[in-house]
Ligand binder design. Structure first.
Ligand code: G
Ligand code: G
Ligand code: MN
Ligand code: NA
Length: 257
């Protein structure tokens, strides 16, 4: 309850920030986009969404918070597109995370459309990340929502792939753009033959279904070399950069496009 009160206050005071983590083309090492990751700046400490997203979901505060995330990520992308026109020609994207109960919000698609329009952004530059479990929980509405987003050009990625319920039929039935291999598989792939095989299998599956694939949580060059040899198109992780403040993200952007 205490956290709920504090969270409500933080929303009113605007004590939130978006951090940006690079998503890298593993073949060329060029920057493909950023994932926007939410942080609560509580005094001197940064609080992870793992702590407050569940509370925000229980209390319904998630809707306001998510609106803020969408608006800010789009505003930041618009600003960077204006400063660095090359971002549009190389198809640089901004990814945001959607939580499960945003899918039950009837205005989700129109809110995304309005926010894109407000910032003069084409849909193709926005990526939505949803987890497998969100998708399975809301399979009926998800189908329609994803189709509407797809029609706007917005890309859809499955986050934490491999950790949820493994119904593979949705991979070919839903209008998905790509999958993100959960970092629990990447973290051991340089030591565990089983995890290496899982990653290999996911990559073959993605390739055969013409899906993009991003490996999460790459922390060392052994993992990077293994992923490159398996022809994994993209990756993300501390080896490249942690989630960065907007200023540091812009410096990274200048150096990597
Ligand atoms: O770095 P990290 O602590 O940011 O993220 C922890 C978890 O919080 C991840 O599962 C991530 O997907 C989730 N997360 C980060 N930012 C957001 C956000 O803006 N909205 C939602 N719903 N989840 C987020
Ligand atoms: O669940 P999702 O993939 O949206 O959230 C990404 C989470 O992974 C964030 O908490 C982010 O800070 C974290 N993360 C990003 N790169 C790495 C990494 O290389 N190692 C670890 N351990 N965590 C990472
Ligand atoms: Mn994510
Ligand atoms: Na993940």
């Amino acid at each position: 309850l205490h956290l709920e009160v504090e969270l409500r206050q933080a929303i009113e005071q605007g004590d939130f920030a978006l951090y940006y983590q690079p998503i890298v083309n593993l073949r060329s090492q060029s920057l493909r986009g950023f994932e926007a990751l939410l942080r609560w700046q509580k005094g001197d400490t940064l609080i992870s969404p793992d702590v407050f997203i569940p509370v925000a979901e229980e209390t319904g505060l998630i809707f306001e918070l998510s609106r803020w995330v969408l608006h800010n990520a789009c505003e930041q992308l618009q600003q960077w597109q204006q400063r660095y026109p090359k971002l549009q020609s190389v198809g640089f994207t901004m990814s945001i995370n959607l939580s499960a109960n945003q899918f039950s919000l009837p205005t989700l698609v129109s809110e995304i459309q309005q926010t894109l329009g407000h910032h003069h952004l084409a849909g193709q530059f926005l990526k939505i990340e949803i987890t497998e479990s969100t998708l399975m929980q809301h399979l009926d509405s998800a189908c329609e929502i994803l189709a509407e987003l797809k029609a706007m050009g917005v890309r859809i990625n499955i986050d934490d792939f491999g950790t949820g319920y493994s119904s593979l039929s949705y991979l070919r039935n839903l209008p998905l753009d790509g999958i993100k291999i959960d970092r629990s598989f990447i973290s051991q792939m340089d030591r565990s033959q089983e995890d290496l095989e899982v990653v290999h299998t996911i990559l073959v599956l993605a390739r055969n279904l013409h899906l993009d694939c991003i490996a999460e949580g790459i922390e060392n060059t052994t993992q990077l070399q293994l992923l490159r040899s398996l022809r994994c198109p993209s990756g993300q992780g501390y080896l490249f950069a942690p989630p960065l403040t907007p200023h540091k993200a812009e410096v990274y952007l200048q150096e990597h496009i």
